[in-house]
Design a protein around this ligand. Structure first.
Ligand SMILES: [Zn+2]
Length: 202
């Protein structure tokens, strides 16, 4: 009987996405990127160049809605939070409403039908020669730069699990090889994570 050794990475899918996004938004902190991600489910497209983003008190918003629009004069996205109540411009750097819209546009197809329900996500690296499954949707890809003899000698996979249950278990050939509390995220964010997961596949 095969006895798989779990190789567990403490980093979860959310943390990894934050790392990936740091190249898109250089110089921004993890918490800034996390705020942009958490807003993904709040973005609504009005037109190609106009979006509304629902405000969230817990993210420091003081308006119920923010408008984000493309300014062809400035060649960039602008947000109502860039202006004071008297219409004065108060900031020049990018806000997380704009960042969420930029992410939404990039991952639009994956996010379009996303619901506002929450799910749990976890990511693990497991050594497994059998079938990988989980108590939810399991996305699996080889955890290797190339599929060579080394990989066949000890196949290792990266698994992203989206589950309705908080406690996430990954099985290899029926045996639990990874177990963890998933991170609670909006379904829209989970879909974004899946898109990211496949994106780095090549
Ligand atoms: Zn803003």
């Amino acid at each position: 009987m095969q006895k798989p050794t779990p190789h567990i990475t403490p980093s979860n899918a959310f943390k990894k996405a934050i790392e990936d996004l740091k190249t898109d938004f250089p110089g921004k902190s993890n918490s800034w990127i996390k705020r942009a991600l958490l807003r993904l489910g709040d973005v609504k497209e009005v037109r190609e160049d106009l979006y509304v983003v629902e405000g969230r008190r817990e993210l420091g918003d003081w308006r119920p809605l923010y408008q984000v629009w493309w300014s062809s004069a400035e060649g960039r996205w602008l947000c109502t939070c860039y202006y004071t109540q008297f219409g004065l411009r108060r900031r020049r750097d990018i806000c997380t409403h704009v960042a969420a819209v930029m992410l939404f546009r990039r991952y639009k197809r994956a996010l379009e039908r996303a619901e506002r329900t929450t799910v749990y996500v976890a990511e693990a690296v497991v050594d497994c020669r059998g079938r990988i499954s989980a108590n939810g949707e399991a996305y699996v890809k080889p955890d290797a730069d190339k599929i060579d003899l080394t990989f066949f000698a000890s196949p290792r996979f990266r698994v992203l699990v989206i589950s309705r249950q908080r406690r996430i278990a990954v099985r290899c050939g029926g045996y639990v090889v990874y177990e963890a509390e998933g991170e609670e995220v909006p379904l829209a964010v989970a879909k974004f994570l899946v898109a990211k997961f496949h994106e780095s596949e090549d």
